[in-house]
Design a binder for this molecule. Structure first.
Ligand code: SF4
Length: 145
């Protein structure tokens, strides 16, 4: 099996910038899997239909979180912190180890520029990166992304 460029792990530690909660270029909407919708509705003690009406929009038939008008930031971002952290969607949990980020060029250029956590803190081991990648790939597949 060929070695991955991140086989020895990658340094990443969240710096609390909130950048990953802003819509920017390819890092656009926070799409929601079935499990994400259920978990968020439960966390907010809401009926799922009411949750979808209040907090979600759809693009090409796929639900995603609404953004605050004009700020392009997630409605759940409060004072630069996630207000639904324990129930945050898959996409938020797996950042920055998304399939589209895991080539050396994107990682060093796009992801590093966008996210100040890249290159900081201890090494995240390859097995944890692999786990996040698999989780995100399954989520993308469910949503047809
Ligand atoms: S749900 Fe939380 S972590 Fe995800 S984009 Fe919104 S504020 Fe950020």
């Amino acid at each position: 099996m060929s070695q991955k460029w991140w086989q020895k792990g990658l340094r990443f530690q969240c710096q609390g910038s909130g950048n990953c909660c802003l819509s920017r270029g390819e890092y656009g909407f926070v799409y929601l899997s079935k499990g994400d919708k259920k978990a968020l509705a439960k966390h907010l003690d809401m009926d799922e239909i009411d949750f979808l009406k209040k907090y979600c929009d759809q693009s090409d038939g796929i639900h995603h979180l609404k953004e605050r008008a004009e700020q392009d930031e997630c409605m759940f971002l409060k004072e630069n912190k996630c207000s639904v952290y324990s129930a945050r969607p898959t996409q938020c949990r797996t950042w920055p180890f998304w399939p589209e980020n895991m080539n050396a060029k994107s990682w060093k250029k796009d992801v590093k520029t966008f996210c100040p956590g890249v290159g900081r803190g201890p090494h995240v081991p390859a097995h944890k990166i692999e786990m996040d990648l698999t989780t995100q790939a399954l989520c993308d597949k469910e949503l047809g992304l």
